[in-house]
Design a protein around this ligand. Structure first.
Ligand SMILES: [Zn+2]
Length: 372
């Protein structure tokens, strides 16, 4: 089941989990052209931007909006997510400004989470239109730290963390150390101020109320947005139709139980109507949220069972478990994300008391299944 797609951004999923046959896609296979948009629901436009990774696109959303001014209503758009900072994405945005946005301004920028493909151009969009940023506090602070150097995706602490989990190849270690500006290259700047989104926060956008649904495990405190009146969920990276969201443990929080948090977060979408239109950050808009979250939960349960089995005879490290979880060789770049995902699986079992953990003579964390 797990064919691995190259995970190459923090947003990038480590595994393909294509459950599309069981979902329905109201727009079929139609995709918006670069610099263009498709209306997916009244007043909601789908924009697709290129990404310089194996995961080659991100979906952004424009919601028709207006605001009160001294001289009456000012019409414009709320943008949800931004694309990475690079000249090509800026050029595609300029085409969107002039074309689908009909020259109307962006009135505010909402960012679901801090990953570079979502956050990258927030600074530029906010500056272009003098628009405020709306974001969760933890995500905002993490973006600010990462863009000024505390990257969490490379550098000495990440190198040590990976070594602690059995990734010891000296050449790879060197390369991990040098990835220190990985995030800042795509998010060179973060807006200086923001409006805080929290679980349950309601935002009025263009006649609809959008409610924030927090989610964990993929990023610090991801905000999905659901509108009951539009019956639309902007799911961000929490629920994707074709690929399984990357769920990693990072050096900054080395004992995190990210996978348990992610799986618990998925169950929060159970209360949505079955016919809600889901707007994911990667892949196509779909209907079938409950089917999809069930597929994702089963996928992780299956991987957990395999890891438990693999460590029953002999204790294994996260590096040892890569072949169990991913089932094919991974290149360096893929391994940087896959290893965090492997730690997440081991930690889920360890925190649940199904595994014990100890350091071996080389200082590598090893996990052993607890026999009943
Ligand atoms: Zn992400």
């Amino acid at each position: 089941m797990t064919q691995t797609a190259p995970p190459s951004t923090p947003a990038a999923p480590a595994a393909t989990l294509n459950g599309e046959n069981a979902l329905s896609f109201p727009l079929g296979t139609t995709l918006p052209e670069l610099g263009q948009a498709l209306e997916v629901a009244p007043g909601i436009l789908w924009v697709r931007m290129a990404l310089p990774f194996a995961l080659d696109h991100i979906n952004l959303w424009l919601l028709k909006d207006s605001e009160e001014t001294a001289t009456g209503l000012r019409h414009g758009w709320t943008a949800v997510d931004c694309g990475v900072t690079n000249p090509g994405t800026q050029e595609a945005w300029r085409q969107v400004f002039a074309g689908p946005m009909k020259g109307l301004p962006i009135l505010r920028v909402v960012v679901t989470h801090m990953h570079p493909d979502h956050m990258g151009l927030a600074h530029w969009l906010c500056e272009q239109f003098n628009a405020p940023l709306y974001m969760n506090a933890t995500e905002y602070q993490s973006a600010l730290l990462a863009s000024t150097g505390a990257s969490n995706f490379g550098g000495a602490s990440t190198q040590r963390f990976f070594a602690d989990h059995g990734w010891n190849d000296p050449a790879d270690q060197q390369q991990i150390q040098s990835r220190v500006s990985y995030y800042a290259n795509m998010v060179p700047k973060v807006p200086e101020s923001y409006h805080r989104l929290m679980e349950g926060t309601e935002i009025q956008i263009g006649g609809h109320t959008w409610q924030c649904i927090s989610g964990w495990g993929h990023s610090p405190e991801h905000m999905a947005l659901y509108s009951r009146s539009a019956n639309v969920l902007i799911s961000g990276d929490m629920v994707l139709p074709k690929i399984s969201t990357n769920v990693s443990v990072y050096a900054q929080e080395p004992e995190a139980n990210s996978l348990a948090l992610f799986m618990r977060s998925l169950t929060k979408f159970d209360v949505l109507p079955a016919d809600a239109l889901i707007l994911p950050s990667h892949g196509r808009p779909f209907v079938g949220v409950h089917t999809r979250t069930a597929q994702l939960l089963k996928h992780h349960e299956d991987r957990l069972a395999e890891v438990l089995d693999a460590c029953s005879e002999r204790a294994g490290s996260a590096h040892d478990m890569l072949k169990v979880i991913f089932k094919r060789p991974l290149d360096f770049h893929q391994t940087t994300f896959a290893i965090g995902e492997s730690v997440a699986h081991l930690h889920a079992l360890w925190h649940a008391g199904k595994m014990k953990r100890f350091k071996d003579e080389q200082g590598v964390w090893r996990f052993q299944t607890v026999s009943n």
